[in-house]
Design a protein around this ligand. Structure first.
Ligand code: GLU
Length: 330
């Protein structure tokens, strides 16, 4: 998260700030007063994200990441997605680029890292493609279904909750992890200890996400603010534009671990978010192959090693992996 990263995030936020836009304009005075704090907060977060000369930051170390055995003999002729990737010579995988420990892109090198990225790499190895050849594409929460429907990506790994509504548009292999919706606040916050405390509070989340929908549906007294990405929400939290950020604990843990003096998790998770690998709907052969691959990597120890080398660094030990839900062909 250097200056380039901030610029990207702000640009994304401005493009589609949805219902947040109108509400945010009402806070200009507070925003101006907070200007000093904004800079201090952003500088601290930037420092925590590893600017040269800053204290060492705990983060995934490339040399500690597992190496996945590529199944060179693998064939999946029944999958149109796999056939197209084979003809192309590599996979194109959708991911997030601003979620610490889960899916992060180094703006200097363009290299993606994190737990979801490791899941994407394991899957690639099982499908017969060297993970080094994956081309990652950053896709925001609101654009995942379209990206899969348009063939922009072969599969998607990025804190993607499996639910029935989304299953009408895409297929899901997995789950490979169960997260839970939670709240991130500034460390000096004492009033917010759970979603029941959000009445009249400004709560930021990503457009098109299940946590945003849950807040709007179940806590209508909260003032929901939506941006494209959670990193823009975190910038807004540090600059006192919002009172809390809500999304999965996995994502919030990463932000809190990177700026522990500024940010903390409030209360306990209040939902279940089973993470799936999104595939084009109807490509059942690909979905079942990924289900098999998830199970195989859980059994051979790769799943745990990948967790420990990425998300595990934010302080929470690996839970037992959830059972894969191999639902019938659709
Ligand atoms: N898991 C939730 C979702 O899929 C929130 C995280 C995200 O937006 O990626 O909507």
């Amino acid at each position: 998260m250097n200056r380039q990263g901030n610029r990207n995030r702000n640009r994304q936020g401005k493009n589609r700030n949805g219902q947040g836009a109108g509400r945010l304009t009402g806070t200009r005075t507070r925003g101006r007063r907070a200007a000093g704090l904004v800079l201090a907060g952003l500088a601290l977060l930037a420092a925590a994200c590893g600017k040269p000369g800053s204290p060492p930051v705990k983060g995934p170390k490339p040399e500690e990441l597992p190496v996945y055995t590529v199944d060179k003999a693998f064939q999946l002729p029944d999958s149109p997605t796999w056939r197209a990737a084979k003809a192309r010579g590599h996979l194109v995988v959708g991911a997030k680029e601003d979620q610490p420990y889960m899916g992060e892109k180094d703006p200097a090198t363009g290299v993606y890292s994190g737990y979801d990225i490791e899941i994407a790499r394991m899957m690639s190895a099982s499908l017969g493609f060297d993970p080094k050849t994956i081309r990652f594409r950053t896709i925001a929460s609101a654009n995942r279904e379209t990206a899969l429907q348009n063939g922009q990506i072969d599969y998607y790994v990025g804190t993607y909750t499996i639910n029935d509504l989304r299953k009408k548009q895409v297929g899901f292999a997995g789950p490979y992890f169960i997260a839970g919706q939670s709240l991130l606040v500034r460390t000096d916050e004492t009033d917010i200890n759970g979603p029941q405390d959000l009445a009249g509070k400004r709560v930021c989340s990503a457009a098109g996400s299940t946590p945003l929908q849950r807040i709007q549906r179940e806590y209508p007294k909260a003032i929901a603010v939506a941006y494209d990405t959670y990193s823009v929400c975190v910038d807004n939290l540090l600059s006192l534009q919002v009172d809390a950020v809500t999304t999965d604990d996995t994502i919030l843990m990463g932000f809190a671990a990177k700026a522990p003096d500024e940010l903390k998790i409030a209360g306990k998770p209040f939902s279940k978010e089973p993470y799936g690998i999104g595939v084009p709907r109807g490509d059942n052969a690909l979905r079942f192959a990924l289900d098999d691959a998830i199970t195989a990597h859980e059994k051979n120890g790769d799943w745990k090693k990948a967790y420990d080398a990425t998300l595990g660094l934010s302080g929470v030990p690996a839970p037992p992996p959830p059972a894969v839900d191999r639902y019938p062909a659709s």
